[in-house]
Structure formats: structure tokens, C-alpha cells
Design a protein. Structure first.
Length: 93
């Protein structure tokens, strides 16, 4: 078993983009970047599949997740405020 290298996302994007341009065969890219052709193929597939999401008008998946989290947290704060008000009335504050 060979050692796995941890490549940066920028490196993966660069290699995937080179593979998408198809100006060189995967074996040539593999020699050029020191990455197995199968791995380059995987990165290319990931990049191709994820690319349409870059053009969504509602923001990135991460932005949507953060917005949903904020909405849930505000909802929870509202529930806690209602509970606090109820307890204050119950206890006569």
C-alpha cells in the first residue's frame, strides 16, 4: 500500500481543471502533477458534478446551512423567552 498524500483543495481544483480542459491525457497529467490517473479522474468528476452549484442564486450550500442554523437558533431563543415569561408570571415576578 502506498502512502496517501493530503493535497490542498486548490491543488485538486487546479488538476481537475487541467483534466477538464483535456489538453493532455490523464496519464500525462499524472506524470506532470505526481498524482495517480484514477485520482485525477475522481477529482474531475467531483468538480464537474459540483460546478452547477456555483451558479445557484440562493448562495452557496454553506451559506444556506448557516442561514438555516441562524433561523433555528432564533426560533429556540423565542421558545426560551416564552418559557421565561411564563415562569415569571407563575412565580409572580
Amino acid at each position: 500500500m502506498g502512502m496517501q498524500k493530503n493535497h490542498t483543495n486548490e491543488f485538486k481544483a487546479k488538476v481537475a481543471l487541467a483534466a477538464m480542459r483535456e489538453d493532455q491525457a490523464l496519464t500525462g497529467l499524472a506524470a506532470r502533477y505526481g498524482v495517480h490517473p484514477i485520482q485525477i479522474g475522481r477529482w474531475k468528476k467531483t468538480a464537474t458534478n459540483e460546478m452547477p452549484r456555483l451558479f445557484e442564486t440562493r448562495g452557496s450550500p454553506r451559506e444556506r446551512e448557516q442561514k438555516e442554523l441562524i433561523e433555528r437558533l432564533y426560533g429556540k431563543i423565542g421558545e426560551i423567552e416564552v418559557e421565561n415569561d411564563w415562569l415569571k408570571k407563575k412565580l409572580g415576578y
